[in-house]
Each structure stands twice: as C-alpha cells, then as structure tokens.
Design a protein around this ligand. Structure first.
Ligand SMILES: *[C@@H]1O[C@H](CO)[C@@H](O)[C@H](O)[C@H]1NC(C)=O
Ligand SMILES: *[C@@H]1O[C@H](CO)[C@@H](O)[C@H](O)[C@H]1NC(C)=O
Ligand SMILES: *[C@@H]1O[C@H](CO)[C@@H](O)[C@H](O)[C@H]1NC(C)=O
Ligand SMILES: *[C@@H]1O[C@H](CO)[C@@H](O)[C@H](O)[C@H]1NC(C)=O
Ligand SMILES: *[C@@H]1O[C@H](CO)[C@@H](O)[C@H](O)[C@H]1NC(C)=O
Length: 494
C-alpha cells in the first residue's frame, strides 16, 4: 500500500489480488484520516473504474465494506456504515461512530476477497462528533483538518472590516436593525471556548443553526475569543449605500454587503449527516436510480409559490408539456391564484428529480437553497439569473457548471430545446456540476468555510470580548467521552 498526501486528502492506491487484467483502484477523502478529521459522518471515495469498467452493472453488489473497531471495555464499537454507489464505477463510503473507537479497521472487498492493502487500520482514538475534546489552536487545527489557508470570497467579504471594535458595532447594528417584526438576529460572544448569545427579534428559532455550527467547532478546536452578529432571516440586511456594519448572513445580493456563511440548510445537512437530515451532497449522489441516458429529456421543477416567476413557469410548462414536468406544491404568497395555477400537487422525493435530465432552479424569496443538491446529483441545472447568491456562487461558471436562464424565464423553452439538441454538451455540464460539488460542497468544505471565516474574522477584532450579564450560555450536549489529552479546562480562567 502506498499512501501520500495530496492537498488535503490522503490518496491510497490499491491493487486487486488475483485480478490480472487491471490492478489499480483509488481512494481519497477525509474519512481516511479519522483521527485527525472528526465529522458527524466520515466519508471517502473508492474509484474502481479501472478495474471494473465492463462490469459496472453488478458492481454495487460485488463491492463490500466493513468498518469495525473496539472500545477500552468492549471488543466492538458502534458504527453505522453506508455505501453509496454513484453508478459510474465509484462509491462513496460513509460511516458514523457513536462512541470513541480504538483500532478502527476499514475492510474493502471485491467479490468477497480483500482488495489488496485492505484492511486499513487506524489506532485512534477515533472520536465521534459529540466528544467535547478541543486541544489544538485554530491554525494548527485548520491545517490538520485539511482546510485551505484562505478563500477569495472570504477575503472579499471581509475587506471592509479591519480593526473592528464590536462593542461599538453591535450597538450600531441594534440601533439600525432591531425591528422585531421584520428582522431577527443574534449577537454571539465566544469566550474561553464557550458560546453565549443575545438574540433580537420575534422569530429567533433559527438560532439553532448558528448555535450548532459554533458548538460543533468548539467541540473540536479552541476557538479564539470573538463576537459576531448572525442574521437569522434569509434576506441580507446591509445596503451598499449605507455604513458597512458586519452582519453574517446565509444569502447575499448584489446591493448588499453582508458577510456570507454557507446556508443553514447545507450546514445542517453537514452536521446532521447520517442523522436527522437525509438529503445532502453525498446522499444525493448515491440515491439516484437512472444514469444520464435513461433519464427523461424534460425539465422538472417542484416548489411553492414564493416568487412570481414560479407561476410563470407553470404557464410555460402548460404550453410545452413535452418539455416540462412542473407543479406548485403549495400556495402561500399568491393564494388568490390557486384556482388558476393549482391545484397544488403533492411533494415528490428530491431524488425523483433525477429521473429527468434537466433541473430548473428558480429563486424563492431569495436564492433557492436546493442548488448544492441539484449540482451534486448530476443533472443539467437550468439556473435563473439572479441578484441573490450563496457563499459559493461566485465560483460557478455559466455554460460550464449550469445553463443560465433569463430572470423573466423568456429563454427557458429555448434552453431546454438547446439541451435536447446538444445531449453530449448537456451531459458534460452535468458532470462538471457534480465535480464542482465534490470539490466545494461536501461536508468537509462546508466546515472548513465556516472555520476559515471565523478564524479570519476573529483576527480583525480589537476589543476584549466581554460576556454581557444578560447573555444566554449555549451549553454543549452532555456526552460521555474520555478525551485522550484531557480537555483544557477553561472555566478556571473565567
Ligand atoms: C476514476 O478513475 C478514473 C481512472 O483514473 C478516472 O478517469 C475517473 O475520472 C475517476 N472517476 C471519478 C468519478 O473520480
Ligand atoms: C411528472 O412527474 C411525476 C413525478 O415524477 C410523475 O408522476 C408524472 O407522471 C409526470 N407527469 C408527466 C406528464 O410526465
Ligand atoms: C471599544 O469601544 C468601547 C465602547 O466605545 C470602548 O469602551 C473601548 O475602549 C473600545 N476598545 C478599543 C480596543 O478600542
Ligand atoms: C484586554 O485585556 C487584557 C488582559 O486583561 C489587557 O492587558 C488589555 O489591555 C485589554 N485590551 C483592551 C484593548 O482593552
Ligand atoms: C443586554 O444588555 C445590554 C447592555 O448591558 C443592552 O444594551 C441590551 O439591549 C441587552 N440585550 C437584551 C437582549 O436584553
């Protein structure tokens, strides 16, 4: 077995015993550094294409994975393994451990025989996500976790903010934006790796999402003391012609300056991977039944009536039933139009979208947060042009990763006809989209983006963080865990 490190991945070259015609398989992914990279669900990719090109139909059954370990008290460790077949000769293997595992072994079998090099063993301790065992400082941890040193989008979002006194900024934010009926936001203070917050507004339930990512990180790394304000609404807040105030938001727009974080949706699908959330950028790659050639050459869409163009889409689809399969699933914003554009249709499983080649992405109230899953699923995305964007949109290129559609949808029909007439090009764009998702939108990327963002942000703050008396402490979930190096006890310093 030959192991070497490329960028943030361990790549392992495998060879199959007793298979003479081809010998090399490849593996990569953070799940092969289980001690260093702690995730709710660890994952890696196994590429068997060079071995089995002619047998892909039966590949899923020929390839098997076993992941086992022990604990200090038992000779087994509770681990759930999930094998996702991408139907292109490559697999995603995910595993979730529910307790700290020692001597983890990953065994890979082809037709019941170990692939050469297998089993792979890792001494551990392999902590589950819930362990509250931060020991490293942020910079060391970022490197160990395989995160990039910087992101252009983060540098650009933060360039307005150098030497920020949050004591002053928070008061300005409250003065300008505290309007309980229309905005909700939380002021967070991280001090000695504990998280505190004050929330403002009527609808603050979404603070569970910002809590979750901060707590996730604080369990793994010693966060620097910092303060930040997180907008809990979808609309960005800080208009371009006003004094720039640092607010972290999930969605950006061309006329605002908010600092972007990955949306709560993709963040939750990262933290709850193999947990409460079933749709994520990994599962969507393995739950699709049809390969490109078997998919219907129609454009599919389902969603609620949160924007006028979504009703227009129904008109376009009705006029072109041979090109579209479109329905509204709920009426809320245009209830008076239900007779005209209804009746509303039941939801269909997101995975069903991929029975079709073309996937329409139209804004809802802001950007439609489903785009990461559409890209990862490997369909051709027809994306409405939009002033709204998520943290990764600036890296997407029209005609390379998706097909652009005019904001008023006037060229949508032509775009579908183009795709039908250029099937190879359409397929290529769909493959590029999946590759983009695999390089930018998997759980490790979402965690790294937050981590680098918070790290960069903390370096710009000048004030000493003080925890206001009226702040709420956000506790870590209670979970029994023996931290190997002993948890740093911050409370004594408080
Ligand atoms: C799998 O490996 C083959 C051969 O090296 C390569 O051409 C192909 O792009 C890989 N597939 C994926 C999905 O990475
Ligand atoms: C539209 O899609 C749904 C869900 O896949 C399917 O049940 C229905 O038959 C399709 N309608 C048409 C006209 O193809
Ligand atoms: C930050 O602002 C507060 C409130 O005006 C002030 O008391 C404090 O000295 C400032 N801190 C720094 C480092 O400028
Ligand atoms: C922050 O606190 C440290 C230690 O208590 C102190 O030395 C330093 O002067 C403080 N800085 C500011 C800007 O108040
Ligand atoms: C918390 O206290 C600060 C000052 O001590 C005050 O400005 C702020 O409005 C309070 N916040 C809440 C949510 O009560």
């Amino acid at each position: 077995m030959c192991t070497y490190k490329i960028f943030n991945y361990v790549v392992i070259l495998l060879s199959l015993t007793n298979v003479s015609y081809q010998e090399i398989a490849k593996m990569h992914g953070p799940g092969l550094l289980p001690k260093e990279i702690i995730m709710p669900a660890r994952y890696f990719v196994v590429n068997l294409t060079s071995i089995l090109a002619t047998e892909t139909l039966h590949l899923s059954d020929s390839f098997a994975v076993e992941i086992e370990g022990k604990t200090p008290n038992k000779n087994y460790c509770r681990i759930w393994v999930n094998k996702l077949y991408r139907k292109d000769g490559t697999f995603i293997v995910r595993y979730k451990n529910y307790e700290t595992c020692l001597d983890l072994t990953i065994s890979l079998y082809y037709k019941s025989k170990h692939i050469k090099g297998s089993p792979f063993t890792f001494q551990g301790p392999i902590y589950p996500d819930q362990c509250n065992c931060p020991t490293l400082d942020f910079d060391t941890w970022l490197e160990q976790y395989g995160c990039p040193k910087s992101y252009n989008t983060i540098d650009s979002d933060l360039k307005l903010y150098n030497k920020i006194n949050m004591t002053i900024m928070v008061q300005k934010i409250i003065d300008r934006f505290h309007n309980p009926e229309s905005t909700s936001f939380c002021h967070y203070a991280v001090k000695n790796n504990e998280v505190y917050r004050n929330c403002y507004g009527k609808h603050v339930g979404f603070n569970m999402f910002s809590d979750n990512i901060l707590m996730f990180l604080a369990r793994k790394v010693v966060l620097p003391d910092m303060e930040l304000v997180v907008n809990l609404g979808d609309w960005p807040l800080v208009r371009k012609n006003t004094e720039p105030l640092p607010i972290f938001s999930w969605c950006g727009s061309e006329d605002t300056l908010d600092i972007l974080m990955p949306t709560y949706d993709i963040t939750e699908s990262t933290i709850e991977n193999m947990g409460r959330v079933t749709l994520d950028t990994l599962s969507v790659q393995g739950s699709i039944e049809r390969q490109w050639a078997e998919r219907e050459a129609k454009a599919v869409w389902r969603g609620r009536d949160s924007r006028r163009e979504r009703l227009d889409l129904v008109d376009i689809a009705r006029a072109n039933p041979d090109l579209f399969n479109v329905s509204l699933t709920n009426f809320f914003f245009f209830r008076d139009k239900e007779a005209e554009y209804g009746p509303k249709q039941p939801h269909i499983s997101f995975f069903k979208f991929f029975d079709y080649k073309y996937l329409i992405n139209i804004d809802g109230t802001v950007a439609a947060y489903r785009l990461p899953y559409l890209l990862a699923g490997g369909g051709l995305v027809l994306k409405q042009e939009s002033p709204y964007f998520e943290h990764f949109y600036k890296l997407l290129k029209p005609w390379e990763h998706y097909v652009p559609v005019a904001r008023d949808l006037s060229d949508l029909r032509q775009r579908v006809l183009w795709a039908r007439a250029h099937d190879d090009e359409a397929h290529k764009i769909a493959q590029n989209a999946r590759q983009f998702a695999n390089e930018n939108l998997l759980p490790q990327h979402i965690i790294c983006y937050h981590a680098v963002l918070f790290s960069e942000w903390s370096k710009r703050l000048t004030n000493n963080v003080t925890v206001e008396d009226n702040m709420t402490h956000v506790p870590q979930p209670s979970f029994q865990c023996d931290c190997q190096h002993g948890r740093v006890n911050f409370h004594q310093e408080l």
